[in-house]
Write a protein that binds this ligand. Structure first.
Ligand code: NIG
Ligand code: FE
Length: 396
């Protein structure tokens, strides 16, 4: 073995959130041993606290330029998100800021955000495009996202979100045609997107448009997901169940029938506390999702408009307090279930999984949903290599 880590750990495999004592062995960046008995390795290390799988953030808009602090101030003074967007603010504003930035600048900005997520224990990040809204600009964002992984910062899975908004001065039918006939084929050809996302909501794309785009994406070999029911229920969750989607994200508004379809098709519900908090919305009910048998994950939704946070464990804590998730659901929601939603490996401590770990200075791993912000791992490993060190003192 290359590395043996000895201490207390939580596997998150098959819903197991109990604490085990033993050794995790790593060979070639992959977990090669998990058990009570020690193993010999080139490097052996005993650790304090509790080792978890590296956290997985299944929903981010990490690559963008510019800020929207002023819009936030207006919204807190009572103006409406969609009214500001209709006046050329909102997503269109960030599209302008993003197009003005060079690819190098966008990478530096995104790398800073990826490091902030990683300092909170996140080792795999789903990154969406969606602030480019043309073939050239969307490709640029996806290249930047992939580079976060090739430069060894974090693991990345990418989602093409050309259908985030209709660009200004563009006819919506013509734009949906462009997404299907030009942007999607170019993105698939370049191999830059793992999945396709659509913002299917009132004021965004209709159910019929979402269907067309996601079916085109499937035809090109991409997996699908969507932002659905953030404001209005257009039936997007049911569409994702029909198309075998990975996740349905937001879900403030969703019907019982579509929740049943999601459970049946194993579409994961990605809850986004940063967005419902920033928009001061009523959160989805975990009790209701649980009653329908829907698997839940939690994402930061890191974006400049509705969720300016890189703190995934804070989001887990808000999922508990606002939506009524249990501490166990919150822990699985940022590990094993988040990996399911992201369509990636990881999020579990098991032989054959990537050796990505976050060691937190806590005795009970449920502290992830308990600590209301400020929870930082003492060590983060990516493919068996130590990539970040943080505070070792236990706060709780
Ligand atoms: O996930 N819902 C659409 N997209 C983002 C908001 C993007 C923005 O306002 O820039 C979200 O909340
Ligand atoms: Fe989002």
């Amino acid at each position: 073995m290359d590395l043996a880590l000895r201490g207390r750990f939580c596997t998150c495999v098959d819903g197991d959130v109990s604490v085990h004592e033993g050794t995790i062995g790593v060979r070639d960046g992959v977990i090669a041993h998990v058990g009570a008995e020690p193993v010999e390795a080139t490097e052996e290390r005993a650790f304090d606290g509790c080792l978890l799988p590296g956290l997985v953030d299944p929903h981010t808009h990490l690559v963008f330029g510019g800020t929207r602090v002023d819009e936030f101030a207006r919204r807190m003074a009572g103006e409406d998100y969609r009214t500001i967007a209709a006046e050329g603010g909102g997503i269109a504003r960030t599209v302008r800021g993003t197009r003005e930035a060079s690819e190098e600048q966008l990478f530096e900005l995104a790398a800073g955000r990826a490091r902030a997520l990683r300092a909170g224990g996140v080792t795999t990040i789903e990154v969406k495009s969606g602030y480019g809204l043309s073939t050239e600009h969307e490709l640029r964002l996806l290249r930047v996202a992939k580079r976060l992984e090739t430069e060894g910062l974090v693991r990345v899975t990418t989602s093409f979100l050309g259908a985030h908004a209709v660009p200004p001065d563009t006819e919506r039918g013509a734009y949906v045609d462009e997404v299907c006939h030009e942007q999607l084929p170019a993105v698939a050809e370049a191999g830059l997107a793992d999945t396709c996302d659509v913002y299917c909501d009132g004021g965004a794309f209709t159910l019929a448009e979402a269907r067309r785009i996601l079916e085109t994406a499937k035809g090109l070999g991409l997996k699908v997901r969507a932002h659905v029911g953030q404001f209005d229920d257009l039936g997007g969750a049911g569409l994702l169940a029909e198309l075998d989607g990975l996740s349905a994200d937001h879900l403030e508004q969703v019907s019982d029938a579509d929740l049943d379809r999601m459970a049946e098709a194993c579409v994961v519900a990605v809850l986004l506390p940063g967005a419902w908090r920033t928009l001061r919305q009523t959160p989805p009910s975990a009790e209701r999702l649980r009653a329908h048998g829907v698997t839940m994950a939690i994402g930061t939704d890191l974006n400049p408009g509705t969720s300016p946070t890189p703190d995934l464990s804070l989001c887990a804590a808000l999922g508990v307090r606002d939506a009524g998730m249990t501490l166990e659901e919150a822990l699985l929601g940022v590990t094993a279930h988040a990996a399911m939603a992201a369509g990636t490996r990881g999020g579990r401590i098991a032989v054959g999984e990537p050796a990505d770990f976050a060691i937190f200075p806590v005795t009970d791993p449920r502290a992830l949903g308990y600590a209301l912000g400020g929870l930082r791992p003492s060590a983060v490993y990516l493919a068996g290599a130590l990539v970040h060190e943080g505070p070792t003192a236990s706060l709780w």
